[in-house]
Design a protein around this ligand. Structure first.
Ligand code: MGD
Ligand code: MGD
Ligand code: SF4
Ligand code: MO
Length: 733
């Protein structure tokens, strides 16, 4: 028996865990790491089940190859050869890549996703981002110049938090890395701050708030426009950062009076004006929104308005407001201003964003004949059959591919269509650094976890699987040495750094820098380089990393010496230096966004009628892939349709109902509850388990919400899927 420390990879809260490991390398106990300066011992039921997840007997222990409908266990060498045979005959433009959500939590996904995408030689790149937060990337790109320049609410210091479409008591937070989010919200209230939650359901987060506001799904942009209108109309604006487009924003908001907006949202007009006044009057305030206000038909407009309100109330980039983290492994600044639509999807002509096409168009890109039709697909850590809009259609499309390879620990609804499945090693056998999430954290903080248990003989790390796939895709063959790819990438990184004017290593010799790097593997060497080049790095970073006066710069060795993590301190103002827009100001009225405002204006005239569907998350679940861990399924974690009891009575429904949308129909079990607005129904996603090798999940199959969501409707600016506010009809089963 021994203990080991590791960051939890299961959600965005990056909690430190202390694991008990037995002699066989099994995880026998998990608790929160009290010595972690950021999470301070916090843990949730998912983190506590990490051992069960790690030990799940249904996880694949080695690669599988499908021949004539039968699965065969093969060696790793045979599996990579099968990938080469399958991929080589298919030309680049007919290949596609889908990267799922856990790639945001693995070093492999963040370090090799882009090299793999490039080596496939295609523009058919997809990810879970267009089923999630792409509207935020697009609004941040257009307003601040970089799609990752995303402000987070300064949770620990703010005096007023307006939260729209987020439920951190279940999700533990998203695009806002904050271990023990519930505790931080309670402390906000305890210090006299105010929390207002806007949600069509009275969630656990809403129950904890000072005020909960029901809103008709999909109408947050109207609510926020009403607030912007009021701020201008009542002279409440207090802009403290350099901006462009202030007058254009005021003009855009002119028709959106509190009365006009309130009608659409189903909220009282007095509330819209009061929220505007409270935000303006609060000593510090932040507006924060997530999934519920992103995966909607006005997703990008909503995300833009969130930050526009933060600017107008003087709260952007100030302590207690909405601030920009400064992560230790921050990359070099962007040079070219941000733009979307540099190319368009082949079938529907949807714009590229961040180099990706919308997952809502993936099925038709596979089905539709013609040049550039997708014939081969690589998926890594994704289950789009359950997570993409109209997953039913995608399920059928995947069955028609010439070749598919999936990197995933499970044979599931998506990977069953693959010809080759390559399972990554266990969580505890992988090193961990949160390249993405630490850039969204409410404190500047860094933590690296080396593997807790060594790899089994002959088993590749996930980074090596990625590197091998990339080398096969670029024609170097199944036998190429993956270390060569890491050296190539390191060389490019160091060359760019020494050539960049003002970089801490400007003019130095890349070979000399390469010789200084330490790390046991390619990913660790690359992390070391990024830390040393970063803002606190020992190659000339301008701040002491720990604020402890040591003056020592950050490197991989620093993090290995501090296994519980390093607290760098509270967020600090970063504007205007961070801005990468052409004007070097915050763009309050970017052209593409203004061009979408008429659509919002037209919707002012809409009459509410009929039912709309929204989603739901549960603390003991995670999208589609934790339903095979017995302690996490059952109880309240069930696939039911929440509906207001008044609607049940009015429609004469029984225990089940048939739900129909433009895309499909389902028979679902009802859960009447007055926590949901009349006219709104809520179904969690990620259920509908079928055709998998997961025994527990099969017994708790449920139905897939994405049999109802409609892939033909997207947020036009980002191409993002619309999961909330889907029109449906209900009838007795
Ligand atoms: N336990 C658990 N944690 C998770 C996940 C999980 O599945 N389970 N998933 C992870 C992932 S991938 C993500 S992206 C994050 C998401 O993190 P969050 O966004 O915090 O999570 P959700 O529970 O989806 O919260 C969305 C809320 O929006 C509400 N809503 C729906 N439609 C609307 C609308 O039109 N307007 C408004 N104002 N509200 C609306 C819903 O009722 C819901 O309460 O969670 C992550 N963490
Ligand atoms: N209706 C509806 N649909 C939704 C949502 C919603 O709220 N409502 N939410 C959307 C959101 S926010 C998201 S992010 C997407 C998620 O969409 P996806 O990412 O496509 O789906 P997940 O269910 O997260 O699938 C994750 C997969 O990764 C595998 N996996 C887990 N860990 C690892 C690992 O370390 N390495 C590898 N290689 N594989 C791993 C799991 O076995 C699983 O197959 O779903 C979206 N879909
Ligand atoms: S809150 Fe998230 S990071 Fe923390 S223990 Fe739970 S799943 Fe892991
Ligand atoms: Mo997500």
């Amino acid at each position: 028996m021994r203990t080991a420390h590791r960051t939890c990879p299961l959600c965005e809260a990056v909690c430190g865990l202390t694991l008990t490991i037995d002699d066989g390398g099994r995880v026998t106990g998990v608790r929160g790491d009290d010595a972690d300066p950021f999470s301070k011992g916090f843990i949730c039921p998912k983190g506590a089940s990490l051992g069960r997840l790690d030990d799940d007997p249904d996880r694949l222990s080695g690669p599988l190859v499908r021949r004539d409908g039968e699965w065969h266990e093969v060696s790793w060498a045979e599996a990579f050869e099968a990938v080469e045979r399958g991929l080589a005959p298919i030309p680049g433009p007919a290949r596609a890549l889908y990267l799922g959500n856990p790639n945001a939590h693995t070093m492999a996904g963040l370090l090799y996703g882009t090299p793999l995408a490039r080596s496939l030689g295609t523009r058919q790149i997809y990810s879970a981002s267009t089923a999630d937060q792409m509207p935020k990337h697009v609004s941040a790109g257009l307003m601040f110049g970089h799609p990752l320049t995303i402000p987070v609410p300064d949770l620990d210091r703010t005096g007023y938090l307006l939260m729209l479409g987020a439920n951190p008591l279940e999700s533990n937070g998203s695009l806002c890395t904050a271990p023990d989010f519930p505790g931080r919200l309670k402390r906000l209230r305890a210090r006299g701050g105010r929390l207002v939650v806007v949600d069509p359901r009275r969630t656990r987060t809403a129950a904890l708030a000072d005020e909960h506001v029901f809103i008709r799904p999909g109408t947050d942009a109207h609510l926020l426009m009403g607030i912007v209108h009021t701020l201008f109309a009542e002279n409440l604006t207090d802009v403290r950062v350099p901006v462009s487009g202030l007058a254009e924003l005021e003009a855009a908001a002119r028709d959106f009076t509190a009365q006009a907006c309130a009608r659409v949202c189903g909220v009282p007009a007095e509330l819209v004006t009061r929220l505007a006044r409270e935000l303006a009057a609060a000593p510090t305030a932040a507006v924060y929104s997530r999934m519920g206000a992103s995966t909607v038909e006005f997703g990008t407009l909503t995300q833009w308005l969130v930050d526009a309100v933060n600017v107008l109330t003087g709260n952007l980039d100030r302590p207690g407001g909405a601030m920009f983290p400064r992560p230790a492994a921050e990359g070099p600044p962007r040079r070219k201003p941000y733009a979307t639509g540099r190319w368009h999807s082949r079938v529907r002509g949807l714009p590229e964003a961040n180099g990706e096409l919308p997952v809502a168009t993936l099925a038709e890109e596979i089905e539709t004949p013609g040049e550039g039709r997708i014939r081969a697909l690589v998926t890594v850590a994704g289950n789009p059959v359950l997570s993409a809009p109209n997953g039913t259609r995608l399920d059928a499309a995947l069955a028609g591919l010439d070749f598919m390879v999936s990197v995933d620990p499970y044979l599931n609804e998506t990977t069953r269509h693959a010809h080759v499945i390559l399972p990554p090693p266990r969580v505890v056998q992988s090193a961990h650094y949160d390249f993405a999430l630490l850039g969204l954290a409410v404190r500047d903080y860094a933590r690296f976890s080396p593997p807790v248990v060594p790899l089994d003989d002959g088993r590749p790390a996930e980074a090596e699987i990625f590197a091998r796939l990339a080398m096969i895709a670029s024609g170097q063959g199944a036998g190429a040495d993956p270390a060569l790819l890491d050296e190539l990438i390191l060389d490019q990184m160091l060359r760019a750094a020494v050539a960049a004017p003002g970089s801490p290593v400007e003019g130095r010799d890349p070979a000399e820098l390469r010789a200084m790097l330490t790390g046991a593997t390619g990913p660790e060497l690359r992390l070391d380089a990024m830390l040393r080049l970063g803002p606190y790095g020992d190659w000339g970073g301008r701040l002491p990393w720990g604020g402890n006066g040591s003056g020592e710069g950050m490197s991989l060795a620093t993090l290995l010496d501090n296994p519980h993590g390093v607290d760098i301190g509270p967020l600090k103002p970063r504007l205007p230096a961070l801005l990468a827009t052409a004007s070097k100001t915050v763009e309050l009225a970017p052209g593409p966004i203004l061009a979408d405002v008429p659509r919002l204006r037209e919707a002012l005239g809409r009459e509410a009628g009929g039912f709309v569907l929204i989603g739901r998350r549960h603390l003991r679940s995670n999208n589609s892939w934790m339903h095979n861990v017995a302690p996490l399924v059952g109880g309240t974690n069930r696939c039911t349709l929440q509906i207001n009891p008044g609607d049940v009575a009015r429609l004469g429904l029984g225990e089940h109902a048939v739900v129909r949308s433009a895309a499909g129909e389902l028979t679902v079990r009802l859960e009447p509850t007055d926590t949901i607005m009349p006219g709104v129904v809520s179904l969690p996603h990620g259920w509908g388990h079928a055709g998998t090798a997961q025994l527990v999940a099969a017994k708790n199959a449920g139905v897939s919400a994405n049999a109802l969501t409609d892939e033909s409707v997207v947020d036009p600016l980002s191409g993002n899927a619309v999961f909330n506010g889907v029109p449906v009809t209900l009838s007795p089963a």
